[in-house]
Design a binder for this molecule. Sequence first.
Ligand code: ADP
Ligand code: MG
Length: 488
Amino acid sequence: MQWETVIGLEVHVQLATRSKIFSGASTAFGAEPNTQACAVDLGLPGVLPVLNEQAVAMAVQFGLGIHAEIPEVSVFDRKNYFYPDLPKGYQTSQMYEPIVGPGEVEILLDDGESKRIRVHHAHLEEDAGKSLHEDFHGMTGIDLNRAGTPLLEIVSEPDMRSAKEAAAYLKAIHSIVTYLGISDGNMAEGSMRCDVNVSVRPKGQEAFGTRAEIKNVNSFRFVERAIEFEVERQIELLEDGGKVVQETRLYDPEADETRSMRTKEEANDYRYFPCPDLLPVVLDQAYVDHLRGNLPELPAAKRERFQSELGLSAYDAGVLSASRAMAEYFERVHEVCGDAKQAANWVQGELSGALNREGLAIADSPVSADQLGGLIVRVIDDTINGKAAKQVFQALWNGEGGSENNSADAIIDAKGLKQVTDTGAIEAMIDQVIADSPAQVAQYRDAEPDKRGKMIGYFVGQVMKASRGTANPQQVNKLLKEKLDALC
Ligand code: ADP
Ligand code: MG
């Protein structure tokens, strides 16, 4: 039997507002426990929430970024449940009239194809506090700093058909929210996490199978692994004649498996009702249009432009537009050196390689975009050859260039890396090498003409060494061949 996987994601994005969604308390990460929750966040008697306009603006920007309908009116509801990290006894959320209506997100797949994933809606809500189990013996600590932090929950349609597609969707959302600057997207700190809904059905069947919901997965890799495990579990269960039950599961990265948390029978009845303390949010057209007019260029548009205007391949355009920091770096390198292909190669090759080795983000690159652009200029105008360029890059990386924009030039001068293109100088080095290598010259002469091409490598190496790597390799090759062939 052939099975098909069906996946829908509910992504929670922490919005980068300075204060909470309904109070003036700070949202900064990492403060001492319980120093950033105020009476409103705790829902103490007599307090009234005030909606943070910035959170509204950010939600609308996201909606515009995914070409969604933005309804004129949205409403906050109370989702009632008891949990120690929710002292109010209810979470303020949007159940029936969310701030962002249906939209769509384009994802990029490995084969270069793209696919549209529909977004059902996105709504605003507040985060709860955190339970801390580690530092307390037989007890649980509660840190309420996170209570009241604004979240945008983005609910997809069940349009994904593999773990790879789900990860690509999550990456696309990450890229959109970080381009918009509405979230720092830091998954390790919990700024983005998702609930993964997974089911399987026999290939060709229209009706969806029963789904399991895996809660709170917080990395791209874990999303893929959790889905892979879950799909296998469900298929095995069904093939053994069993039934998938609708339930909430948890992914355990150490054991690399999902485990049942609660089944549908144990599910809460949240008794949603409109929050009597908050007015419906009414957006006038001018407000939405103003936000629309100020949207930055988003990843999909940038990717298109990198292909159509700069002539980059679909792959290069995808990699270079994936994060805003990467795109801005690349665009600056291109601006300085004027050659998109070279800029793309250097950013994805030498630079990304070095960043990966050191585990650095592009924002922390020791080589600035201006410096890299300046280096490429000297490759393009033949001042240095490819080998010297790598040396200059390494020196820039080590901070030898200072912070001047022409620091590549300073290194080229200081290290004497300027390429030797003077034919006379190269010929003199070649003559010396030929004179010093009688045995190799004899071998060359005795070899069949079609074997000689390979043997020239030895001489090229010697000449390059004599020039300390600065001779122009194309000229060395050409002149050597002429001189050696003249001896045959
Ligand atoms: P609920 O009301 O229980 O939260 P929703 O209909 O809102 O359920 O769906 C929640 C998420 O689950 C959505 O992202 C949706 O795409 C996804 N989903 C719904 N049904 C399935 C299914 N059979 N298989 C996989 N995902 C599903
Ligand atoms: Mg839901």
